[in-house]
Design a protein around this ligand. Structure first.
Ligand code: FES
Length: 169
């Protein structure tokens, strides 16, 4: 077990890297010639444990990868499926790129907002859903597209929104 504090960011909570997370990250590192290539895999290990990546985890994970904390932070903030703030039990990502834009994603997004009473980047009071925008999900011929957790929903209409949301407790 490693307890790490970040001297550059004194307000960051000390983070305890669990032994099994450390072992899994090291396992990922061994799959690459360059340890930094395991950055996203390592961040996913942390996210699986907490549901997001706490600030304190950045430094010990960066140390394992042999890169700087700002470099890892850059990866964490660039990659939209890594969450840097706490999220609800179910994360809804609405594609707002061009094909979905041309197929009225705003109407679907508006229906989700109405139904949940939250805006983009917000979490419902019961912590059941977080709503986020996302860039193209690679299914432009089936726009509009939304993703909830690991499930992708295609050709979503506003009328389908309530039944889709109900599936996610
Ligand atoms: S633009 Fe939405 S899936 Fe490609």
């Amino acid at each position: 077990m490693i307890i790490c504090t970040d001297s550059n960011r004194p307000n960051v909570e000390p983070y305890v890297l669990a032994d099994e997370d450390r072992a899994e990250i090291e396992h990922h590192i061994h799959h690459y010639d360059d340890a930094r290539a395991a950055s996203i895999d390592a961040l996913k290990v942390i996210q699986r444990r907490h549901g997001w990546v706490p600030d304190g985890a950045i430094q010990p994970v960066a140390d394992l990868l042999g890169i700087s904390a700002p470099d890892l932070e850059g990866v964490a903030t660039f990659y939209s499926l890594i969450f840097r703030r706490p999220v609800g039990r179910n994360v809804i990502k609405v594609c707002d790129s061009i094909a979905c834009h041309l197929n009225d994603f705003e109407v679907v997004q508006g229906e989700i907002m109405n139904k949940l009473g939250v805006g983009l980047g917000q979490t419902t009071e019961d912590n059941r859903y977080t709503l986020l925008p996302i860039c193209c999900l690679g299914a432009c011929d089936k726009a509009p597209v939304i993703m909830i957790n690991d499930d992708t929903h295609f050709n979503v209409s506003p009328e389908q929104v309530p039944s889709i949301l109900e599936k996610y407790l």
